[in-house]
Design a protein around this ligand. Structure first.
Ligand SMILES: NC(=O)c1ccc[n+]([C@@H]2O[C@H](COP(=O)([O-])OP(=O)(O)OC[C@H]3O[C@@H](n4cnc5c(N)ncnc54)[C@H](OP(=O)(O)O)[C@@H]3O)[C@@H](O)[C@H]2O)c1
Length: 296
C-alpha cells in the first residue's frame, strides 16, 4: 500500500485526492485546515466520492510515502507543521500549485531532491468543504526522472492524464503565459471581450509578451502561437465570463495569488534585465485595489 497525505483539500486538492482514492492500492489522508467529512466531486465522467481519513491536527500525522501540497501559494509557510510530521527519510513531496516557483517556495522546508513541482491544468471549483465541481478533464505535468515517473504512476487508475516532461520548464511557462492576461479582467471586474479595443489589446499583448520574454530568458520554449492564443482567448470572452482563479478570488473577496501569477514576471524580469512595465503597473494597481467586497 502506498501512503499519500494531501495538504490542502480545496478545489484542486480535493479533486486530486478523490481521483487517487478510487485506487485501492493507495491510502489517502487529507490534512485540512477546515474540517470536512468526505469528498464529492462532479467530474466530466460523473460524480466520484471518497471518504479518506481527515486530520486537522498536524500532531496526529504520521510519515507517509508521498505528500501532495495543494494550498494556494501564499499559504506555503503554514504547511510546515504538517511537513514536519509527514516527511521522513524517503518521503517525496509534490507541489501542485500555479506559478513557476514551486521549488523555490518549498526548498527551505523540504530537501530539494525530494520536491516534485507539478503543473496542473484542471478547472475545479469548491462550493463547500469537500464539494467540488471539476468542469473539464485534467492534465498534470512533472519533470522527467525517477520522482516524476513515480508520481505519474500514482495516477494510473484515474482520469487525470499525468505525464513527465524532459522540458518541464516550458510546461510551466506556457501555462503562466496563457494565464498572465487574466490580471486585466481581475482589475476591471469585467470580461475583456465586450470591452475590447486597440488600447486594451495593447495592454493585454504587453502583459503576455513580457511573460513570454521572461520565460524564454528562464530557458522555456514558448511558441508565438501561445501568445496569440492567450490574446484571442481574452478577445473572445463573453460578458459575465470569469477569467480564472485570480478573477474568481477577487470577486469572492479572497486573497489573490498576484505575486505567483504576475509579480513573478516582474521579479524574474529584473534578474534578466527585461523591462516588464505592463505587469509592474497592473500588479501595483491590483495589490492597491485588493478584494473589494471584503476589504472595502
Ligand atoms: N482551482 C483550479 O481550477 C486550479 C487550476 C489549476 C491550478 N490551481 C492552483 O492550485 C492551487 C490550489 O488552488 P485551489 O483552487 O484548490 O485553492 P482552494 O480551493 O482555496 O484550496 C486550497 C486549500 O488549502 C487549504 N489550506 C491552506 N492552508 C492550509 C494548511 N496550512 N493546512 C491545511 N490546509 C490548508 C485551504 O483550507 P480552507 O478549506 O480552510 O480554505 C483550502 O482547502 C493554487 O496554486 C491554484 O492557483 C487551481
Amino acid at each position: 500500500m502506498t501512503t499519500i497525505a494531501l495538504i490542502g483539500p480545496g478545489a484542486i486538492g480535493g479533486t486530486v485526492a478523490a481521483w487517487l482514492a478510487q485506487d485501492p492500492a493507495l491510502s489517502i489522508t487529507l490534512c485540512a485546515r477546515t474540517p470536512l467529512d468526505d469528498l464529492q466531486v462532479e467530474t466530466p465522467d460523473g460524480v466520484i466520492t471518497a471518504r479518506p481519513e481527515v486530520l486537522t491536527d498536524p500532531g496526529a500525522a504520521r510519515v507517509v510515502d508521498w505528500v501532495l501540497v495543494a494550498t494556494k501559494t501564499y499559504d506555503v509557510d503554514s504547511t510546515q507543521p504538517w511537513l514536519d510530521r509527514l516527511v521522513g527519510e524517503q518521503t517525496r513531496v509534490a507541489i501542485i500549485q500555479n506559478g513557476v516557483e514551486h521549488v523555490r517556495l518549498f526548498e527551505h522546508l523540504v530537501p530539494a531532491e525530494r520536491l516534485v513541482p507539478v503543473m496542473i491544468n484542471l478547472p475545479a471549483a469548491r462550493s463547500a468543504p469537500g464539494r467540488i465541481v471539476q468542469s473539464r478533464h485534467g492534465i498534470i505535468a512533472v519533470p522527467a526522472g525517477r520522482n516524476g515517473a513515480d508520481f505519474v504512476a500514482l495516477f494510473d487508475k484515474t482520469a487525470i492524464e499525468a505525464k513527465a516532461h524532459e522540458d518541464f520548464v516550458s510546461q510551466l511557462w506556457i501555462k503562466l503565459t496563457g494565464n498572465s492576461q487574466s490580471i486585466v479582467p481581475t482589475l476591471t471586474l469585467r470580461a475583456m471581450g465586450p470591452a475590447w479595443n486597440d488600447a486594451l489589446e495593447t495592454i493585454v499583448r504587453g502583459v503576455v509578451e513580457e511573460c513570454a520574454a521572461v520565460g524564454r530568458a528562464e530557458g522555456a520554449v514558448i511558441p508565438q502561437s501561445v501568445i496569440e492564443d492567450a490574446i484571442n482567448g481574452a478577445r473572445n470572452t463573453r460578458e459575465g465570463a470569469i477569467s480564472g482563479s485570480l478573477h474568481a478570488d477577487r470577486l469572492a473577496g479572497h486573497r489573490m495569488e498576484v505575486d505567483a501569477r504576475n509579480g513573478v514576471i516582474v521579479r524574474l524580469g529584473e534578474n534578466h534585465g527585461i523591462a516588464t512595465p505592463m505587469n509592474r503597473v497592473l500588479v501595483t494597481l491590483l495589490e492597491a485595489a485588493g478584494s473589494p467586497w471584503v476589504e472595502a
